[in-house]
Design a protein around this ligand. Structure first.
Ligand SMILES: *[C@@H]1O[C@H](CO)[C@@H](O)[C@H](O)[C@H]1NC(C)=O
Ligand SMILES: *[C@@H]1O[C@H](CO)[C@@H](O)[C@H](O)[C@H]1NC(C)=O
Ligand SMILES: *[C@@H]1O[C@H](CO)[C@@H](O)[C@H](O)[C@H]1NC(C)=O
Ligand SMILES: *[C@@H]1O[C@H](CO)[C@@H](O)[C@H](O)[C@H]1NC(C)=O
Ligand SMILES: *[C@@H]1O[C@H](CO)[C@@H](O)[C@H](O)[C@H]1NC(C)=O
Length: 408
């Protein structure tokens, strides 16, 4: 480990000099926004609050986006170890016709250069050129200490879906030694899906490239006027919303957003469903001859400090089991050799360098899989069956089916 850290730093510092790094550009025309994630590797030990300040994000949102426990004392001052990889929530907007996140500001310090800010402080998420452009800097050597710079961060929305299923997109900076099959395995997706999303001609990447990786997510359907409209939570994580009053989690059993009163909740508006004695997150079920009568009190967004709730009753074939929650762990204090640059499991359909055919035929009925409720599943068919022939492992085939890709 002692040897690995300098190697990584060396690598990160060298990123700005890789002039031809590619990153996935999503053209856009409407000024809507979506929730996205930026994959960030810490260049030094940093407190949670310091990482939050770097990206101008609520520290709680960083912790929850990584399934870290926020209930430990003084969690914002917890020191995260250098080299740790974090998913940073970003707000992805549309500027100059492409998707990017422009809400991050950085105040320069002595000895900063645009290259060190881009490649080291922001872990290669931005380039020196992009920072120059976003700030109309003509002379990169004339940047003053204490100057506030906009740091443009990569992000994509792609309609917040992947193959018609809710997804949240992670902007991933390729590290030395990464391969597309390795990245696909790490994120339980396929080489084909990554190639389709990123419009790649061949599954070849190099250090410094930025890929858009779709993560399966729980989507919300809050009204447009809710302050947390469009909330999406990646599988296996959770989010705190409504001024820290509501906690919404996603997975692992299904991809239905499940919200309850947050443990942090202090002064919050009522979280009881009107006309019932149920609280947010309460589900009652009653077996009847026709099926199970399920009544639930769910969260419907936050409007001007008021927590909207929705009471719904439905007849379901079976009564739901106890709600499952994502595994939440304390934020790490040091990086074990196992988690640090550990090689991903070796992918079954690894074909580095080989062309992957563009799938054409139709493959209906691929979504009848446990874990997806019929409500969130698509009705139609999609188009990636040919590539299925390449998959010689049943588990891969299932994962592949779940992640069938239509955005080319
Ligand atoms: C975008 O996603 C919504 C559901 O979130 C879906 O109804 C719509 O068809 C999608 N649009 C496109 C262009 O894929
Ligand atoms: C969600 O994550 C769990 C593990 O946390 C995994 O078992 C499950 O397959 C994932 N669901 C999807 C749709 O990727
Ligand atoms: C209803 O939800 C509240 C808040 O999460 C919880 O404390 C309570 O135990 C739940 N009641 C039932 C019957 O599930
Ligand atoms: C289902 O339960 C709700 C509330 O408990 C009740 O109002 C409704 O009449 C029930 N519906 C059926 C079909 O039993
Ligand atoms: C929120 O409150 C402000 C001022 O009280 C009001 O102008 C606005 O319409 C409210 N927004 C919604 C969505 O109710």
């Amino acid at each position: 480990m002692a040897l690995l850290i300098p190697t990584l730093l060396l690598h990160l510092l060298s990123l700005p000099f890789l002039v031809l790094s590619k990153s996935t550009i999503e053209p856009c025309s409407v000024s809507d926004t979506c929730n996205a994630l930026a994959g960030y590797t810490l260049y030094t030990d940093l407190k949670v609050s310091e990482v939050a300040a770097l990206f101008q994000v609520d520290p709680i949102l960083i912790l929850t986006a990584n399934a870290f426990d926020i209930s430990i004392p003084d969690v914002e001052n917890h020191i995260l170890p250098s080299g740790l990889f974090l998913n940073i929530p970003t707000l992805c907007s549309c500027a100059d016709g492409i998707r990017k996140s422009l809400s991050t500001r950085y105040q320069t310090r002595p000895s900063d250069t645009l290259s060190s800010i881009a490649g080291s402080v922001y872990g290669g998420l931005a380039s020196a050129d992009q920072i120059s452009e976003a700030n109309s800097i003509t002379d990169p050597f004339a940047v003053q200490v204490g100057q506030t710079l906009v740091i443009p961060l990569p992000c994509t929305c792609f309609n917040s879906t992947d193959n018609f299923l809710p997804a949240i997109y992670l902007s991933y900076v390729v590290l030395a030694g990464d391969t597309v099959p390795g990245i696909a395995a790490r994120y339980s997706t396929t080489v084909t899906d990554i190639m389709n999303v990123n419009a790649m001609g061949s599954p070849v990447v190099k250090a410094g490239d930025i890929l858009a990786i779709p993560l399966p997510a729980c989507a919300s359907s809050f009204p447009r006027y809710a302050s947390d409209f469009g909330l999406a939570v990646a599988n296996g994580t959770y989010a705190i919303t409504a001024s820290h009053c509501v906690q919404c989690s996603c997975g692992p059993g299904n991809l239905n957003l499940y919200c309850t009163p947050a443990s942090l909740a202090v002064s919050c508006s009522s979280m009881q469903c009107r006309g019932s004695n149920l609280m947010l997150g309460n589900v009652t079920s009653q077996p009847t001859s026709a099926g199970c009568n399920v009544t639930s009190c769910s969260y419907d967004g936050s409007v001007n400090g008021t927590i909207l709730t929705r009471l719904s009753t439905s007849l379901q074939p079976r009564c739901p089991g106890p709600q499952q929650f994502p595994l939440v762990v304390p934020p790490p204090t040091y990086l074990s050799p196992d988690t640090f640059l550990a090689p991903g499991p070796s992918p079954v359909q690894s074909q580095p360098g080989g062309p992957v055919p563009t799938p054409k035929t139709s493959f209906p009925g691929a979504f009848n899989s446990p874990g997806f409720s019929p409500a969130s599943g698509p009705a139609g068919s999609t188009s990636h069956a040919a590539a299925l022939n390449q998959l010689n492992h049943p588990v891969d085939a299932i994962v592949f089916c779940l992640l069938l890709k239509f955005l080319l």
